[in-house]
Design a binder for this molecule. Structure first.
Ligand code: G3P
Length: 217
């Protein structure tokens, strides 16, 4: 499964990229606000850190304006994926922009039917928001499974980009189901490495090694 980093924090992206943990990046208007930076400037800087897809989201809500904003964002760098909300106008804009050979990430997906429409509109990526479904006692991972089944049933090439990842369990859950990508906040990526038994086992190894009185170097 590919890891996209879900942030506009350039320092965090750079640190993870050095570890080989960045296959792409996703941003959205809330993450741009959090960065405190100009969208074009910060997106351009992110695109220089990774060759993978970098999602930048339009804010227009009418199809023609979405297309115009999408073309502007795509002009920032060759690896831009234009993010469009899963509305009727977003699907129209998706059809136009993918028809021009551009990458499109259809976002704010909360149902299998929405994901089916996005695939039929030619979306490169679909972003089901699993954390926000779990927040209201619905089944985020179940949606990923449903979309995986539908896409596999009909050979849709749209990539499932699991989003709104809130926990380390979300990452394992969507990987087991077969999501193509998970877009993960940096702090969750860091948590993936942690296990208390690893820490305890290492402490025991080091304590026992100290008793040998030996050195490797
Ligand atoms: O990429 C979408 C993601 O940023 C949304 O996450 O936690 O705001 O639901 P969240």
């Amino acid at each position: 499964m590919k890891f996209f980093v879900d942030t506009a924090d350039v320092a965090a992206i750079r640190e993870l990229a050095e570890l080989g943990m960045v296959d792409g990046v996703t941003t959205n208007p809330s993450l741009i606000l959090k960065s405190g930076r100009d969208i074009v400037e910060v997106t351009r800087e992110i695109c220089a850190i990774t060759d993978g897809p970098v999602s930048a989201e339009v804010v227009a809500t009418e199809a023609a304006a979405m297309v115009a904003e999408g073309r502007r964002l795509a002009g920032i760098a060759p690896n831009i994926a234009i993010k469009l909300p899963l509305t009727w106008d977003g699907l129209k804009a998706c059809k136009v922009l993918t028809g021009e050979g551009r990458m499109v990430n259809v976002t704010l997906c909360f149902s299998a039917n929405q994901a089916l429409l996005a695939a039929k509109a030619g979306a490169t990526f679909i972003s089901p928001f699993i954390g926000r479904l779990d927040d209201i006692n619905l089944d985020g991972a179940g949606l990923i499974a449903d979309i995986r089944t539908i896409y596999d049933n009909y050979g849709f090439r749209t990539q499932i980009l699991a989003a709104s990842i809130r926990t380390v369990n979300h990452v394992a859950d969507v990987a087991k189901i077969g999501a193509d990508i998970a877009t993960v906040p940096p702090e969750i990526i860091r948590k993936l490495a942690h296990h208390p038994l690893t820490d305890a086992g290492l402490a025991t190894f080091l304590k026992d090694w100290a008793k040998t009185g030996q050195k490797i170097l």
